[in-house]
Design a protein around this ligand. Structure first.
Ligand code: NOJ
Length: 520
């Protein structure tokens, strides 16, 4: 990478879900001091940046995505002083910091909403959508989107009733969020992850909708004006990035968020949702790269996050589609297969052009905890869609042979599988066959490998079912999704393999990074 390339174009960004990273005070919930104490893990891993899921004061109706104050920190995680110390310490460790901003809705405990509820005449009512009639819109977690207030009015919430939607037509709402961006940029934060970025604007005619019609709050044109204003704020600071959570299958619509005067990057969920299938995967990669190349923005590669079934588990099922509910149909999981594929997927996502995201625990090869007793579920999606996202949010295993695996001195807020004793950071460190060492080696190689930063990607002709591409003239990645062993290309040396090779053959569900010696 040259000094002129902005950091966010090809960074490896590690998502911290603060409740579950590391707990320093023994209450069973992760916190900022826990993160500060474990920054060495991220430095050793070699990632470029941390994205913090929300850490603001919150009643936790949706695990912190219901924010009561964007300019402070929830006491369960620490304090603003500790957050500032973390930003300083992360920078000193060479890590950029990204914070999560949730603009579509706030907590019903936010002072604005409390004032709005207290009186029908409160000016704060205008900051939300209060109406005398509800609509039939279905919420993002399923179910109704309107809740009745004691004075007989209804307010809109695309998520839970504790997350009232903001009225983005109102200039005060816009000014407030631009100020919140400045608040965090002034504290040295390098980037903002924008929650539910496509939902902010609503069709203010509030139409009734047929279930099969597009949602009258999804991807409305007016949302782009919001991000143009945010971009002006970001551009008034050096090197800041705006990264949108934009769930959108239509790539041309998706790319509009990445116009030069809007967001710098957006998550690519097409890749996350792609089945383990060579044809679908290649089409997905081509589609993604084409959409981003047209607009000049970097692609992003996400395998897992705090909302979806962990990919070791997903890849351990023989599925062709992904959905939140996918683990409800009882399809058995082959964890050995899922792990093998996850190792290969790491080499894929870390060698494609653009930025790669690592969700905490993916570097340890964690799988979804599917045996949490429903009584312990905390996710509000449970009860609405009959699915809980808690299984991917389980506290990390750091050390030791049994839960809580060094995560806390207390009781973890969600139970950890006893089988994770082989997946702790301690157990994997120094084991060349471990997932952790694979990630460490891959990320360090990526940093050093010029082709992985600036090298153009070109597909190689290979056997059916094999994905192979070069980055620049001397680097290649080959991923065998064919189900049978295949020969490796001629004239190469192996930089890194996701699993054991079979002589000069590449076994199924295995990937390699190669140094090409074309002159030989
Ligand atoms: C997307 C977040 O990733 C998810 O966790 C949250 O429930 C919704 N947005 C609502 O904020």
């Amino acid at each position: 990478m040259t000094n002129q390339d902005p950091w966010w174009r090809d960074a490896v960004i590690y998502q911290i879900y603060p409740r579950s990273f590391a707990d320093a005070d023994g209450d069973g919930i992760g916190d900022i001091d826990g993160i500060r104490a474990r920054l060495g893990h991220l430095r050793d891993l070699g990632v470029d940046a941390i994205w913090m899921s929300p850490w603001y004061p919150s009643p936790m109706a949706d695990a912190g995505y219901d924010v009561a104050d964007f300019r402070d920190i929830d006491p369960v995680f620490g304090s603003l002083k500790k957050a500032e110390a973390l930003i300083t310490e992360a920078h000193a460790a060479g890590l950029r910091m990204i914070v999560d901003i949730v603009p579509n809705h706030i907590s019903s405990e936010h002072p604005w909403f409390k004032a709005a509820l207290a009186s029908p005449d409160a000016p704060e009512r205008e900051y939300f959508w209060f109406r005398s009639q509800p609509t039939n819109w279905i919420g993002e977690f399923g179910g109704d989107t309107w809740t009745r207030t004691p004075d007989g009015m209804w307010y809109l919430h695309l998520f839970t009733p504790e997350q009232p939607d903001l009225n983005w037509e109102h200039p005060d709402v816009r000014a407030e969020f631009e100020d919140i961006l400045r608040f965090w940029f002034d504290r040295g934060v390098d980037g903002i992850r924008i929650d539910s970025a496509a939902l902010l604007l609503k069709d203010t005619s509030f139409p009734e909708v047929a279930p099969d019609k597009p949602h009258p709050f999804h991807d409305l044109d007016g949302v782009h004006e919001v991000y143009r204003a945010w971009r002006r704020v970001a551009d008034s600071y050096p090197d800041r990035a705006l990264i949108g959570e934009v769930w959108m299958p239509e790539v041309d619509r998706f790319a509009r968020y990445l116009r030069p005067d809007e967001l710098h990057a957006a998550f690519n969920f097409d890749f996350l949702g792609c089945a383990w299938d060579p044809k679908l995967m290649r089409e997905c990669i081509d589609r993604t790269l084409a959409a981003h190349e047209t607009i000049g923005a970097p692609a992003t590669w996400v395998l897992s996050n705090h909302d979806v079934t962990r990919h070791v588990t997903r890849y351990g099922r023989t599925k062709t589609t992904f959905s939140f509910e996918e683990n409800l149909d009882g399809t058995p999981v082959d964890l050995e297969l899922g792990t093998r594929r996850a190792r290969a997927a790491a080499l894929l996502s870390l060698s494609l052009p653009g930025a790669a995201y690592v969700y905490q625990g993916e570097e340890l090869g964690l799988w979804e905890n599917e045996s949490i007793p429903p009584a312990q579920f905390q996710d509000p999606m449970w009860g609405r869609r009959g699915h809980s996202r808690d299984g991917c949010r389980v506290p990390l295993p750091w050390s030791g042979d049994e839960p809580p695996f060094g995560f806390t001195t207390g009781t973890p807020w969600l139970p950890q599988p006893a089988e994770w004793k082989d997946r702790t950071v301690q157990a994997q460190t120094g084991d060349p066959n471990s997932m952790l060492e694979l990630y460490r080696t891959a990320i360090h190689l990526r940093r050093a490998e010029e082709g992985l930063h600036r090298g153009t990607m070109a597909w190689l002709d290979t056997a059916p079912g094999v994905l192979a591409y070069t980055r620049g003239s001397t680097f290649a990645c080959v991923l065998n999704m064919s189900g049978v062993s295949v020969p490796l290309p001629d004239h190469h040396s192996c930089l890194l393999a996701s699993g054991p090779l079979d002589g000069t053959l590449l076994p199924p569900d295995t990937a390699v990074w190669l140094r090409l010696h074309p002159g030989k």
